[in-house]
Structures are given as C-alpha cells and as structure tokens.
Design a protein around this ligand. Structure first.
Ligand SMILES: Nc1ncnc2c1ncn2[C@@H]1O[C@H](COP(=O)(O)OP(=O)(O)OP(=O)(O)O)[C@@H](O)[C@H]1O
Ligand SMILES: [Mg+2]
Length: 348
C-alpha cells in the first residue's frame, strides 16, 4: 500500500509532498541540536520524522510518549519504554556494550539499576544519534523533571533531539523555552510546523492514492471527502484506506472517523476528573454554534450546569486551546477539527 497505508510513513515514496518540511527538519538538525515538530492530530508529524530519519540513514531512538501509562509518569516507566526501543535497534547493542548500567543480551537491553544515573549513562553513549520524543507533552505528567533532562542532554551530550507534539500549547507549557526560570530557557531550536493540505493538494493526494490502489472513484466522492476532511492528511488517509478496503460510502466513513475523534477527546478529558462535565458543555456549545463568543459559552454552560466563575471558564478554555481541541479566531472560539466537531454535535 502507498499513500493510504494507515501506519506512519517511513519511506519517501509513500510520503506525499512535505518537501519543505523535510528540508526544514534537515536544516534544523544540521545547524542545531533541537528541533520541535508541531502540528495538530493527524497532520503527519510522526510520518515526517520517521521518513526523514530512515531516508537520511541516521541512527535514532524513537520514543512515543503516548505509550507511557496513564496517570503520573515515573522515571521507571520511561526507562521501560527506552529499554524496549533500544532492544529493537541493531546498533544499540554494540554502542551500549561498554555501559555498566545496562546489560545487553539476546533478550535485548535492560537497565541493571533503574535510576537517573543509569539513564544519563545510556544517553551519554548515544553519541551522534538522534533522540525522538514524540508526543512529548505527556512528559509533563511527572514528578521527574524531564525538561531538566532534555536541557542536560542539550547542554552536555553529543546527540540531537527531535521533540514532537499534537497538543502544541501543552507542549510549550512543558518546555517553557521562554521562561527564565525554566531549564530549557534561551536554548536555540528550530520549529517545523505541520500544516493542512490545500484543496488542490488534497485532491492530488486522493487521486494518486486511489490510482496506487487501482480503483476508480468518482469526482463526486472525492469532492465530498475534500469537503469533510478539510485538508487533514491523516483523515484523508483514513478515508482512502476505508474506501479501498471496505467500500463504504463517504457518509459512513465520516461517521466512523468522527466517533474515533470523539473517543480520543473523551480519553484526553479524563484527566479533569469531576471537572470534565464543564469541559464537555463548553465543547458542545462551541460545536453547536460553530463559532462562539465567550459570553455565549458562559451563558450556555451556566444554563446547563449552574454558575461558573470567570476564572474557571478561562482555565477550561485555555486548556482546551492548549490541547488543540479549540482555537480562537478574533473574538470567537471554534473546534479545530471539523471531523471532531461533527462527532460532538451528533454523539456527545
Ligand atoms: N505526507 C504524508 N503522505 C502520506 N500519508 C501521510 C502523510 N502524512 C501522514 N500520513 C498518514 O496520515 C496518518 C497520520 O499520520 P501521522 O501518524 O504521521 O500523523 P501525526 O501528526 O503523527 O498524528 P498523531 O497526532 O495522531 O500522532 C497516517 O495514516 C499516515 O500514514
Ligand atoms: Mg504522531
């Protein structure tokens, strides 16, 4: 499968466009030590990073921080993730064989002592490699200061770092690059911002993708998909894959996609515990109005759940925006992902 393979892409021939982003990532890593790849969900961050690393032949360690357990993240669970990833890398055994803090065997790489010192020894051994922390905003949920760790690696170790995240505001709240009190303050880095495809690109992507699959799809269906998935490459891929493999119509693929987006949202809102209801109501009002002013949101939430103090609502709106679920346009708020908006309107 080509464009419509649902896994993150790893080969240039499967990666649509993204020439500029590849170049920016390359320049950023050549000139500096840290690149941040930002973009909302399904904008193609992981595909960009993995394709770049595989095509350039660099050795890398890829950690998907979404795989860390829910709740507070311990250093130990981070070490588990790192062990697993290092065990998959053929070069790692050789590089780590002289590091006392780990054992290297046919079973893979294991920390002998599970503490910060061991972690630093391993990172020190990763000279000239690239460390990828995907969905790094998850690392904020920890008593261990991962931001200090990144700053230490930046300042003292000879490795390059790629940090990525789909909850961009939360990611920057974690990195605090502009906060003089923070470990990463003032460090130079490059940001590669992922984007939506234009209408023309979306059409090219779908037409070429269906060509690769050898199936004929009418202009009408393509137009409908472009309208609903709004340039989000991950949704266009989802659509292409679903149509190719199950021959469903646009409507039912759209419904499934919006249920998926909704379940991801619900998962993300769990961290707010009993406060979740107010987040829900806020989203429902914004989704149903399409664009909503502050006063409209406040009135709507209060009509349902009783009085809500301004600063509480402000926090909710900030958290939703920093998580990438809503965005502000002038004086109004809207749901960023039209597929999610549909899901909230219909099923929430
Ligand atoms: N440039 C591209 N060409 C072809 N397919 C792509 C491209 N970018 C992303 N995709 C596809 O879109 C989907 C989402 O891509 P990917 O997982 O790389 O995005 P992401 O931004 O990391 O998403 P998430 O926020 O969910 O982690 C995948 O199915 C992937 O194969
Ligand atoms: Mg990703």
């Amino acid at each position: 499968m080509g464009y419509f393979d649902p896994e993150p892409k790893k080969r240039k021939e499967d990666l649509f466009n993204m020439e500029r982003e590849l170049l920016d990532l390359d320049n950023g890593l050549r000139r500096g030590k840290l690149v941040v790849v930002s973009g909302l969900r399904r904008y193609g961050k992981t595909s960009l990073i993995l394709t770049y690393l595989n095509e350039s032949g660099l050795d890398y360690v890829y950690l998907d921080c979404r795989l860390l357990p829910p709740g507070m993240i311990s250093l130990n669970s981070f070490l588990n993730l790192l062990e697993e990833e290092l065990s998959r890398r053929s070069w790692a055994k050789k590089v780590l064989s002289s590091v006392d803090e780990v054992s290297v065997s046919g079973f893979g790489v294991r920390f002998r002592v599970r503490n910060e010192r061991s972690l630093l020894s391993v990172l020190r051994a990763l000279e000239n490699k690239v460390l990828v922390l995907d969905e790094a905003q998850e690392l904020r949920r920890s008593g261990y200061r991962f931001d200090s760790l990144i700053a230490h690696a930046y300042d003292h170790l000879n490795l390059k770092i790629i940090i990525s995240g789909s909850m961009i505001g939360l990611l920057y709240r974690f990195l605090r690059v502009n906060d003089p009190e923070a470990p990463l303050y003032g460090r130079a880095f490059t940001e590669v911002k992922m984007r939506r495809l234009s209408e023309v690109e979306s059409r090219q992507f779908l037409i070429k993708g269906f060509e690769q699959e050898g199936i004929d799809v009418s202009d009408e269906v393509i137009n409908e998909a472009i309208k609903r998935f709004d340039g989000v490459i991950g949704w266009l891929t989802y659509f292409g894959f679903a149509l190719t493999t199950s021959k469903e119509d646009v409507d039912s693929i759209h419904e499934k996609a919006s249920k998926l987006a909704l379940s991801e949202l619900e998962h993300a809102l769990k961290i707010y515990g009993v406060g979740e209801r107010r987040y829900r109501e806020t989203l429902k009002i914004i989704a149903s109005l399409g664009k909503a002013r502050w006063s409209e949101i406040k009135r709507g939430v209060e009509a349902r759940l009783g009085r809500i103090p301004n600063n509480t609502l402000a926090t909710i709106i900030k958290n939703l925006a920093d998580s990438g679920f809503i965005k502000r346009e002038g004086e109004e708020y809207e749901i960023t992902d039209p597929v999610l908006q549909h899901g909230i309107r219909k099923y929430y």
